[in-house]
Design a protein around this ligand. Structure first.
Ligand SMILES: Nc1ncnc2c1ncn2[C@@H]1O[C@H](COP(=O)(O)OP(=O)(O)OP(=O)(O)O)[C@@H](O)[C@H]1O
Ligand SMILES: Cc1cn([C@H]2C[C@H](O)[C@@H](COP(=O)(O)O)O2)c(=O)[nH]c1=O
Length: 845
């Protein structure tokens, strides 16, 4: 029997590395305190005395802020400078030793120098320590490239240890003893570094494969209510945010001196800032879910700037620390709203340096506020004020500029910032995944169908309508080939002669993965409407059914590729393949897939119908043999309903497209105005024919839908049962279209589907396409789809009876005439199904 795999939680090498990193953070804090202290007390090149005991210790009185700040700045420049050396150059400079070994050597060296510095007390010893610390950081980062992810964790431990020690010392010995406590902490760090370094050299000299414990990167978080970071070409507000963080941390030491609170004050500020940063970072993805992520970053910068400026007026430790910590919360939120790939170190280092330079250069002074009150402004206060004002100004610019939408939607962003986002349609019962994905105001609409059915034509028409008449931002795209990577994959797929079926399936999925990650999701996150010509169903139809590959495999790779993203609405344009081929003939040479034989395309068509039949809540099936304007009107009405449900369009009122033009009476313009005032989508006078009407088609007499009836939407004829593939019984009558795999895995079948949901129609025939009822549920989830479906059955007297496409939120066809028509239709379908069953029985199937 095979041995059970070892289940060690932490590799000992990880613990050693964690010890080195924690001691490294202690060393960093000590370097800041001691360089400032030694430089300020004795000058840059003189040895310093330890402070005398007691609150009246002379150290502070004799202390030179400028020299202390200069010494601190030199340390930070050394640390930051080494961090900024490019990796390639660093590799050439540092001897080629195993990384664990070099980290160990550097840890020991740093420990020894720190130990010496704590005894010899010259600022330049600290600078050597700073250099070694910086090299050690590089070595640890080479071991664990993500080692500085969420740095507040191990830094927090070190800062808390410093707070505890300095507080204890100051309680018993006065504020001057805080520095003595830091010297003790430095010795502890030195011992820890030497011990962990020796272990690293002796035991773990090779590269550590296990890595530091990670909590996972934020970009993969997909929980409900979490908004992914949103990429933007130049995330300069993030750099400013990091610079502000650097400035706050750099100013903590001079601030401690200025407030005369001893090193416990410094540790207190650092702990609170780290805590604030951590809280903000963790809060980030769920903060202001209704606001675009670039805007969150911009507002965070503005808020953090204002708080920092306010901090410049504060003369008391706790309030200063609270201001700094709250600014750090906003910094955490702001940087988390952007992808984390850009270099944080640059912004951070620049912020550190600028803040300290300001302390060095700015004069202090006293401003008389009244005869009795004067405000003593230290250089530290001035630095805080200037840094804060710069950040505030940058925040204002960012709020106005740092969003691909410019200022468009700023008001909406503010208004909806803290409202939960409208959930997109649930994908739980879908063919495409189980992710519950939510978008603030975006919607994902997909056109599916065979080659040449008119998808691109309809996608373009819909986009024109949504942009021109609804004022929405729309992204029209396609698969394969919606992105640059996709265009190359498309060429491989369609221009060549031979691609093996599995390779074909993987290439389509690869195109989709890139398409969703780089184009669809970012656009949805920006609140745009994405219209895609083809999506996952094409793979299920062409690769699973057409190439006869495993449905599960094809579905799974696409589900994985897209992280389960499901469209809000899929419009299936259904047309006989021969008719579609006729349309394409004029276009010239057919591509590799269009050249497939008729049987292949018949299988594809039947697969599409099965998919739509199994999940009626998510599909709109349209007879694509109609005039393109009639199709466009049907699609438009359905899309408007879906956009309303998802908050993309206002709920109230109706777009003029839903009002039969003839019903608008003689005073059309008035009707439109009032409908627009009610929140309806503005529509120009020359609106295209509505509701599936072909041009010139007879319209209902205006009286039929006068008054309030105007808003009513009736199921367009275009969405009635789709005609069957050639030679087959209509799907609505229980037959599989020609070419359907008779016993293959039903495409729409879900193992866990409950009897009540929208797929019950497939019970009679495995394909599920026999139910032509397309019901888009009100609430957009599976449960209401099932409820809507059941409701229809109740109305019409039996499962699968209804043959109407009912769109979400639209008034159900409630009139006696509607019901009679539905019943008649249902009866015809029942009879057709019975006939088919009898025929099958006779054939012994
Ligand atoms: N309803 C329609 N009636 C007649 N012709 C149409 C209709 N819709 C589109 N066409 C024409 O059919 C041809 C194919 O249309 P279109 O390119 O939109 O189809 P498609 O489904 O996107 O094709 P493909 O799958 O190859 O991308 C075009 O010449 C277009 O003008
Ligand atoms: C997305 C997708 C597409 N196909 C096929 C279907 C068509 O024949 C071509 C795409 O061409 P179009 O002119 O852009 O419609 O690719 C497929 O087989 N599988 C898929 O997933």
């Amino acid at each position: 029997m095979a041995d059970a795999p070892a289940t060690t939680r932490y590799h000992p090498a990880q613990l050693v590395t964690a010890a080195i990193v924690t001691a490294g953070w202690m060393a960093a804090l000590s370097v800041a305190v001691l360089s400032f202290g030694y430089g300020g007390a004795a000058g840059l090149l003189q040895g310093a005395q330890l402070p005398a005991r007691g609150p009246e210790a002379p150290l502070l009185a004799e202390f030179s802020l400028r020299e202390g700040t200069a010494a601190l700045l030199i340390s930070l420049v050394i640390v930051a400078g080494v961090q900024l050396v490019p990796a390639g150059a660093a590799q050439r400079l540092i001897p080629k030793l195993p990384i664990g070994f070099s980290a160990g050597i550097l840890a020991v060296a740093l420990g020894v120098v720190l130990g010496l510095a704590s005894v010899l007390r010259f600022a330049w010893w600290i600078w050597i320590a700073a250099l070694l610390l910086s090299l050690l950081t590089r070595a640890v980062l080479a071991l664990h490239p993500d080692g500085l992810h969420k740095p507040w964790r191990l830094a927090g431990i070190s800062a808390s240890a410093m707070l505890f020690l300095t507080w204890a010392f100051q309680i018993f010995g006065g504020s001057g003893m805080g520095t003595v406590a830091v010297v003790v902490l430095t010795i502890v760090a030195a011992v820890l570094l030497v011990a962990a370094g020796v272990l690293s050299i002796v035991v773990f000299r090779t590269e550590d494969p296990t890595g530091l414990p990670q909590t996972g990167t934020h970009t993969s978080v997909r929980r409900e209510g979490i908004r992914a970071a949103e990429d933007i070409r130049l995330p300069w507000p993030c750099h400013v945010l990091f610079a502000l963080l650097g400035a706050l941390i750099a100013l903590a030491q001079p601030m401690t001196w200025s407030l005369q609170v001893g090193q416990a004050g410094f540790a207190f500020i650092i702990v609170l800032v780290l805590l604030g940063w951590a809280v903000g970072f963790e809060l980030g993805p769920t903060f202001a879910p209704g606001m675009s992520r670039p805007r969150v970053t911009a507002f965070a910068l503005l808020g953090a700037g204002i708080l920092t400026t306010a901090g410049g007026f504060v003369l008391e430790l706790t309030a200063s620390a609270i201001f700094a910590a709250t600014a750090a919360v906003l910094i955490g939120i702001g940087v988390r709203a952007q992808p984390y790939g850009f270099s944080r170190r640059i912004g951070f280092s620049v912020g550190l340096a600028v803040a300290l330079l300001l302390v060095l250069l700015l004069p202090g002074g006293t401003i008389a506020l009244s005869e009795y009150v004067a405000w003593a402004v230290t250089p530290v206060d001035s630095a805080l004020l200037i840094v804060g004002l710069i950040a505030t100004l940058a925040g204002v610019v960012a709020v106005l500029r740092f969003d691909p939408r410019g200022t468009t939607g700023l008001g909406v962003d503010i208004m909806y910032a803290f409202q939960p986002r409208t959930p997109a349609r649930r994908s739980g019962e879908g063919v495409t995944g189980v992710r519950e994905h939510t978008y603030p105001r975006g919607a994902f609409i997909v056109f599916e169908g065979g080659d040449g059915v008119g998808k691109s034509t309809q996608a373009a028409k819909l986009a024109t309508f949504l942009v021109d008449r609804c004022g929405l931002r729309v992204e029209v795209t396609r698969e394969p080939g919606g992105t640059e990577v996709g265009r190359q994959i498309r060429s491989v797929l369609l221009d060549g002669d031979d691609v093996a079926p599995r390779s074909e399936a993987l290439l389509y999925a690869a195109d989709r993965a890139h398409h969703v990650a780089r184009l669809v999701e970012p656009a949805l996150d920006r609140g745009e409407v994405v219209i895609s010509d083809r999506y996952i169903d094409s793979s299920l139809a062409y690769q699973a059914r057409g190439r006869e590959l495993s449905v599960e495999a094809v579905r799974d790779i696409s589900r994985w590729a897209t992280d389960g993203l499901v469209p809000h609405l899929t419009v299936l344009l259904d047309l006989e393949p021969d008719a579609a081929r006729g349309r394409l003939a004029a276009r010239g040479e057919a591509d590799r897939i269009e050249r497939e034989e008729g049987d292949f395309h018949a299988r594809v068509r039947s697969a599409f119908l099965e998919l739509a039949g199994a999940q009626p809540g998510r599909y709109l099936i349209v007879d694509a043999s109609q005039h393109e304007d009639a199709i466009a009107a049907t699609v438009r009405d359905a899309v408007v309903q879906v956009l309303r449900q998802n908050g993309v369009l206002p709920q109230s009122g109706a777009p003029a497209s839903l009002v039969p033009p003839a019903a608008q009476g003689p005073d059309e313009s008035q009707g439109r105005e009032s409908s627009s005032a009610a929140g309806a989508v503005p529509m120009p006078q020359d609106a295209a024919p509505s509701q599936g009407e072909a041009p010139g088609q007879d319209r209902e007499p205006s009286g039929a839908s006068a008054g309030p009836q105007r808003q009513r939407w009736e199921p367009p004829s275009a969405t009635r049962p789709v005609p069957p593939p050639q030679g087959a019984v209509p799907p609505s009558q229980g037959a599989e279209p020609a070419g359907a795999a008779p016993h293959g895995t039903p495409l729409g079948q879900q193992p866990d589907r409950s009897p009540g949901d929208g797929a019950t129609s497939s019970a009679g025939t495995p394909g599920g396409a026999d139910d032509a009822t397309t019901v888009l549920p009100d609430a957009g989830d599976g449960a209401s789809a099932a409820a809507a479906s059941t409701q229809d059955r109740d109305h019409t007297g039996g499962a699968g009876d209804a043959a109407t496409t009912v769109l979400p939120g639209s008034p159900r066809p409630g009139s006696a005439r509607d019901r009679a028509r539905l019943l008649a239709q249902a009866k015809r379908e029942r009879e057709a199904r019975d006939r088919l069953r009898r025929a099958r029985e006779e054939r012994g199937e």
